[in-house]
Ligand binder design. Structure first.
Ligand code: FE2
Length: 176
């Protein structure tokens, strides 16, 4: 009777596993950089929108809202700088041209239109909420990855807090 031939296994090679892990880490790292650049593009766009509304606000509350938006765009400028420098700190390069910002943002601008003051505030609030969700998604991806990057994790968590604060201030203008 014919004997069963032993099942053949491919040679187990530990370095294949290590290479696979290295490859996955590289892909995840590149995705993280891409995500941070998309975040940078959204922060930059929101900065521009806030600056635009600071310039073009009108109505009975002009002075206070004009000043309030002045504070907000200065805060956003600090945020932009922080995101760009975080990308450098993890060893990559931030996008830095208006063309790249335009290609990478998913926030919507309305060229040629100046909404009424309450719609300006509501529009900015929606954008802060969009960014807040975007940061949560980046954190979620980071959580489920092989990359250990507590610095970026901490940076993004604090950034959520900052956007929540800015959203609350905007929202307070809309409450009656
Ligand atoms: Fe100004």
């Amino acid at each position: 009777m014919e004997q069963n031939s032993p099942v053949k296994h491919e040679d187990f090679n530990i370095s294949d596993l290590e290479n696979q892990e290295e490859f996955t880490k590289n892909v995840t790292y590149n995705t993280l950089v891409e995500n941070l650049n998309s975040l940078l593009a959204n922060e930059f766009t929101l900065f521009t929108k806030t600056l635009n509304f600071h310039w073009n606000i009108y109505g009975p509350s002009f002075h206070s809202v004009h000043k309030f938006l002045d504070n907000q765009y200065h805060d956003l400028l600090k945020i932009i700088d922080g995101v760009a420098e975080r990308i450098r700190e993890i060893g990559s390069h931030p996008i830095g041209t208006l063309e790249e910002i335009k290609d990478s943002t998913n926030l919507v601008e309305h060229p040629g239109l100046q909404p009424n003051p309450l719609n300006m505030i509501a529009d900015l609030m929606t954008d802060h909420e969009t960014i807040d969700l975007q940061i949560r998604e980046i954190l979620h991806d980071l959580d489920n990855s092989l990359i250990e990057d507590p610095g970026t994790y901490d940076f993004l968590t604090k950034l959520i807090k900052k956007h929540e604060e800015m959203t609350w201030m905007l929202k307070s203008h809309l409450e009656k």
